[in-house]
Design a protein around this ligand. Sequence first.
Ligand code: PXP
Length: 269
Amino acid sequence: MTSRTASPAHKVKSAPPIRLGINIDHVATLRNARGGVHPDPLRAAEIAVQAGADNITAHLREDRRHIRDEDIARLTAAAFAPLNLEMAITEEMLAIARKARPHACCLVPERRQELTTEGGLDAASQVKTLKPFVGTLRDAGIQVALFIDPDPAQVEAARAVGADAVEFHTGTYCGAATAGNRAAQARELRRVVDAARLAAAAGLEVHAGHGLDYENVLPVAEIPEIVELNIGHHLVGEAVFVGLGDSVRRMKAIMQSARIGPAQPKAKA
Ligand code: PXP
């Protein structure tokens, strides 16, 4: 459980609006459990956008365990909202992205055995590989983000390879929050705050995601440099209880309250 006191940032009224990218991977996980077509991730994307999501995020993993190639084709054709395609740094994914032309690509590390993306990309050790890869995507008119840990060396590498944006992995921060370790949570939040400042100063757009929920999202959304959060598992999980529209609406309201404060009662005339 996080609290406002864990946040080093206070509401900054001049901060730009913050976008919510709904990650629909786990709608596809549920669909694939039965091998059929229901529930359709496309329908989830449409409902989420109607409820206030600004982007659709989908991770086409090499093993296609959730999102599949045809989902990406259908999402780009439907164009409910800008598509953020998460993908590994492989020639296969590069070819798919160049064909699909999503609004943005977020480059992530991928390991076959992992349950989910376990850490940020080690961009600092792959500058030579990343530079042409990022360049090819950008030449195709696709914005490129690197999913990295909130670490100065990784931010510098993102700048050096010509990325447009970074997405900070918030998994360690969220894990500390879930464990109730307030000291670790505050320390991890501080890393995100500092890295966000550094990235923005380097001209990178700043996003964040992984493990965010209704409780731990507020201090992250309060960081004024962060303009996009990508959230999936919690929203899809909550949808089981309250419906996807309501879970998205509630998350968006919390994120917006971090920027502008909760709605104030109107002054009497
Ligand atoms: N951002 C990236 C790059 C991810 O890999 C994931 C998980 O697929 C998310 C955001 C969303 O994380 P979560 O499902 O924990 O909200």
